[in-house]
Design a protein around this ligand. Structure first.
Ligand code: SF4
Length: 330
């Protein structure tokens, strides 16, 4: 159970409301790449954000970090950090700093590390910049962080160069940097996908333990729903820029409610028959359907073409965006 769920009335670390991002289109209406995202994450809670490539997972992470790529624009939406509204993080008047309050880990740790600075210098630079500690204190804290991420021989590794680290060790160093300033939220954007399975598991075990130990809120972005089954408290499914399902882990894996979630589960279970059963015939209509999933949905009906489904509560702590949610998978 998430730490904050045991604490009455505590505000989530991060709460997003109606976050909408659009990209201009030459000679046409802007393309809505994120549509009305509502999402909150508590301290100590790990939320898995799952969706296929292009669903908007990384865009959501970058929107939270106020780093929307390209010519995308935040059309509307609000964001609270620990219960206080923030406009855009990292601005001079914002109390929330990227790297200090919200940290992000990405998939290629070697790109994150500066090849001409030692590991210790890179960690202490971040600590000194954000926490204003002296050189000796920052070095001591860097050492503690290397111990926390279970780097072997941490005293020696402080003076190591990035090229001397294995992939798994480099990812541990990046996690150490991300957590060095006690952020409230850490976003892992497919951070372990480049590692081999054994190392991936070690790094995720470590990440999960640190999240629980430090009471950090974590957003684990992945295309691999199996990862969320092992590590996340809650599963959020993103399809074409919309949250289509949000559920506690056990409830989700016992009974997914959105037809797209069922398809993902079929892939998770390596079930060819389930996948075939839930893959729709092409939609023969000239008009764009109101439901973004309708073209691939076996359960679509005329209402789905005419009326966009809202994300609605179907049980305590459980939301689904579908006019005809799945009750049971045969
Ligand atoms: S609203 Fe209709 S088309 Fe959309 S997911 Fe639900 S059943 Fe399928």
């Amino acid at each position: 159970m998430a730490l904050a769920r045991t604490i009455e009335n505590e505000a989530p670390v991060i709460a997003l409301r109606n976050l909408t991002v659009a990209y201009p289109r030459y000679g046409g209406e802007p393309r809505t790449a994120l549509a009305g995202i509502d999402l909150a994450i508590d301290a100590g809670e790990m939320v898995g954000l799952v969706g296929e490539a292009g669903a908007g997972k990384t865009l959501l992470a970058r929107t939270i970090m106020d780093a929307i790529p390209g010519d995308g624009r935040l059309v509307c939406g609000e964001m609270d950090y620990r219960g206080a509204p923030i406009s855009r993080i990292g601005r001079d008047d914002s109390p929330v700093r990227p790297g200090r309050d919200i940290a992000m880990i990405v998939s290629n740790p070697r790109n994150e590390l500066n090849p001409v600075l030692t590991v210790g210098t890179q960690i202490t630079n971040v600590i000194r910049h954000h926490l204003r500690l002296g050189k000796a204190e920052a070095r001591e804290r860097a050492l503690q962080m290397l111990r926390a991420v279970a780097i072997p021989d941490p005293e020696r590794r402080l003076d190591a160069w990035p090229h001397e680290l294995s992939g798994g060790m480099a990812q541990r160093v990046v996690i150490a940097i991300a957590l060095a300033c006690n952020p409230g939220l850490v976003i892992s954007d497919d951070a372990t996908s480049a590692l081999d399975v054994t190392v991936q598991r070690q790094v995720l075990d470590l990440f999960k333990a640190l999240v629980e130990d430090k009471g950090v809120a974590a957003l684990l972005i992945t295309r691999d729903i199996a990862v969320t089954a092992h590590y996340c408290d809650r599963i959020v499914i993103l399809y074409d820029g919309e949250v289509v399902e949000d559920a506690p882990r056990k409830a989700f894996f016992d009974r997914p409610h959105h037809p797209y979630s069922v398809l993902l589960m079929a892939a998770f279970a390596h079930s060819v028959s389930l996948r075939r059963q839930w893959t729709a015939a092409p939609l023969k209509t000239a008009a764009s359907p109101a439901c973004r999933f309708a073209e691939r949905c076996v359960r679509r009906q005329p209402r789905c073409i005419a009326e966009a489904p809202a994300l609605r509560d179907v049980a305590p702590g459980r939301r689904v965006r579908c006019h005809f949610p799945v009750e049971a998978v045969a």
